[in-house]
Design a protein around this ligand. Structure first.
Ligand SMILES: *Cc1c(COP(=O)(O)O)cnc(C)c1O
Length: 200
């Protein structure tokens, strides 16, 4: 189980204390915010858990060791190209909009099924698995079908495509226990570690 401590809006000083307490993997939603904090938090590794625009790929790869939010072939290829230029392989997750929420980023399942062969063939990437952001629900239990569906999608896809990794990034502060029961390998926790965020 991998814990990504989601540190958006959390000041660098707090993160320094978090790293001293044993958190080493931080997740940020925005390239610029992470760029600003990274030099002030030695010893941390960073992953992008928010949306990535193509024109920020170069900067993103300078800051993040992995990108959890790949949701198009164009973006995958752009990351792969930059990775090759940088002489590295970038671990990524494919973001899935399991709930077909029009307000959410990510592949709807049938679009992912269609593009997966091309996605796993992109040079410079290693596709470690799938990621989803659950719907806002009143109780953690209501999120279970979303997590179960991501797990089932992963199992089905991997039966035909062994190059897709088994990683499942799902579960946040309000529902991570349920996500773990449904097979999460990565949980992304913000508020439960750092407290409530200021209202946006
Ligand atoms: C903010 C955020 C989290 C953490 O949410 P909490 O509810 O604070 O645990 C996890 N994943 C993503 C993509 C986020 O944007």
């Amino acid at each position: 189980m991998t814990l990504v401590a989601v540190s958006k809006t959390v000041p660098a000083e707090t993160l320094v204390a978090g790293v001293a307490a044993g958190l080493d993997l931080l997740g940020e939603n925005r390239v610029q915010e992470a760029e600003g904090k990274r030099p002030r938090v030695p010893g941390a590794r960073w992953q992008l858990v928010g949306p990535l625009q193509s024109n920020k790929v170069r900067r993103a790869l300078a800051t993040f060791e992995a990108i959890q939010t790949v949701d198009s072939l164009a973006l995958a290829r752009r990351i792969g190209r930059q990775a090759m230029e940088d002489g590295r392989t970038v671990p990524v997750l494919l973001q899935v909009n399991v709930d077909r929420d029009p307000a959410k980023a990510g592949y709807v399942p049938e679009a992912l099924i269609a593009e997966l062969p091309e996605l796993v063939a992109v040079e410079g990437l290693r596709v470690d698995g799938l990621m989803t952001v659950g719907r806002l629900v009143a109780t953690a239990e209501e999120a279970r079908p979303t997590f179960a569906a991501l797990r089932a999608l992963s199992d089905g896809l991997r039966a035909d495509e062994p190059r897709l990794g088994r990683g499942l990034s799902m579960g946040m502060s309000d529902d991570f226990e349920v996500a773990v029961e449904e097979g999460a390998t990565i949980v992304r926790l913000g508020r439960v570690l750092f407290g409530e965020r200021p209202a946006a």
